[in-house]
Design a protein around this ligand. Sequence first.
Ligand SMILES: NC(=O)c1ccc[n+]([C@@H]2O[C@H](COP(=O)([O-])OP(=O)(O)OC[C@H]3O[C@@H](n4cnc5c(N)ncnc54)[C@H](O)[C@@H]3O)[C@@H](O)[C@H]2O)c1
Ligand SMILES: CC(=O)N[C@@H]1[C@@H](OP(=O)(O)OP(=O)(O)OC[C@H]2O[C@@H](n3ccc(=O)[nH]c3=O)[C@H](O)[C@@H]2O)O[C@H](CO)[C@@H](O)[C@@H]1O
Length: 461
Amino acid sequence: MTDTDIASVEALYDSTASSEAQSHAFRSSEIPVAVYGLGKMGLPLASVFAETSGNITGADVDPDVVETINNGNCHVKREPGLPELVDDLVDEQALQATTEPRNAADDASVHVIIVPTPITDEKEPDLAILDTVVEDIGNGLDPGDLVIVECTVPPQTTEKRVLPALEDASGLSLGDFGLAFCPERTSSGRALEDIRGAYPKVVGGVDNESTRAASLIYEQINEQGVLPVSDATTAEAVKVFEGLYRDVNIALANELATFTNELGIDVNEAIETANTQPFCDIHDPGPGVGGHCIPYYPYFLIKPFETESPLLETARDVNDLMPEFTVEKVREGLQADGKSLEDSTVAILGLTYRPGVEEIRASPSIAISELLDASGADVYGVDPMLDSVEEFALEQVPLSDLDEFPVDALILVTPHEDFGDINWDDIHRNYNSLSVVIDGRQTLEDDLELCKYTIGGGYSE
Ligand SMILES: NC(=O)c1ccc[n+]([C@@H]2O[C@H](COP(=O)([O-])OP(=O)(O)OC[C@H]3O[C@@H](n4cnc5c(N)ncnc54)[C@H](O)[C@@H]3O)[C@@H](O)[C@H]2O)c1
Ligand SMILES: CC(=O)N[C@@H]1[C@@H](OP(=O)(O)OP(=O)(O)OC[C@H]2O[C@@H](n3ccc(=O)[nH]c3=O)[C@H](O)[C@@H]2O)O[C@H](CO)[C@@H](O)[C@@H]1O
């Protein structure tokens, strides 16, 4: 590798330098990278890029996020290793944050997009944030630049929406710059482990050179290497299909759980036993499906395309009915104790969509609180991760105060680690008004001295 070879590498797309020289340049901070979106996924991603490349600018529109990071602090909770890593990287000036995505775009030659891609109230994919970031990047795009979309989008978005927008904003054409879709497949709570290489990185370029350049980057980032696929749309489909598989299989588990009473069995036991067969992977029933991934992704196929999708839509309907199923079990448990739901006090334990993640989008507890409130019950919520509960129809109380209320029913929707310390015998003794506990996530012991209904498991004897 000659000095000229190394000195010439300031950008990767269509570079004439050797792959070795390009890789060396990336690892030697010669290739400025911008990461757009510094949230639950963006900050871990920017940090892993920074620990590898040493020259990362994160762009986020939230000034509090940017200030927190530039102070060496971490706003993303419960990501093992992330706070220490962010502190070190900012200290070493390998990572910096800005509220100016446009300025970041001017300076960078690799652009990684990981901003929210939600759905609208009409359940249409909402790509407005993506469009804004693409516009910022387009206005700062230079020949040789590579744009990577990591946020989850409907198939064909990269090729048919992002590419023309970049060309319009920059005046450049594909071939002057590169574009690839490389999905973020990690889960909150294990982001660093996953991004560093729990499994290979899927890479799909809009042209072969984009696939090559993106693969060179992720070979440096991901210990498991890369999985190049035919094109960007295939890579987008990989990510969406993973989520659809999960939503449909959770719906199967939920529908099976509704058979519990009529079959007179513990459906969870049957599911667990069925799953001992290697070709069976029935998921876990529960009070609903939350987050801004699994309940959203089906609409990335259902809405934009003409092809009928009865299974995807039915699965969504089944999962969206689980909050109602859960409230009916509360009503049933209270009636068995001579109480009406409208005259009762109900407490929901766990408001975020899953344990340990500070995210409430599509959380089952939102729908459950609204159904209980509409039925006239007094509703309280306990969640140690949340400071605000304005999206819920309930009053937030600390767990320690809950025994001061005449709680008639408890619903364990999201079993946070903090709930592991609950002494359920104390609950039985102190909550003398308690008629029923709904175990939403097969978390509670079977031998509790109280009336317990487990979703998928039925009533405890
Ligand atoms: N959360 C997950 O488990 C997960 C896993 C894989 C993929 N994803 C995908 O990653 C993407 C981001 O998810 P997340 O969980 O990090 O979201 P998040 O809500 O935690 O963070 C998004 C960040 O983007 C910032 N932002 C909003 N508009 C912006 C703009 N115009 N320019 C720059 N920054 C902007 C927000 O301020 C926020 O800090 C989504 O597409 C999601 O589908 C999420
Ligand atoms: C394909 C896949 O695995 N994707 C994961 C998923 O991660 P997530 O953070 O969205 O969380 P999940 O674990 O999927 O839960 C979602 C909701 O479903 C409920 N649930 C779950 C399992 C079950 O058997 N029964 C249930 O009822 C649970 O309580 C919660 O409300 O999407 C991320 C972004 O795409 C991925 O990166 C990540 O790999």
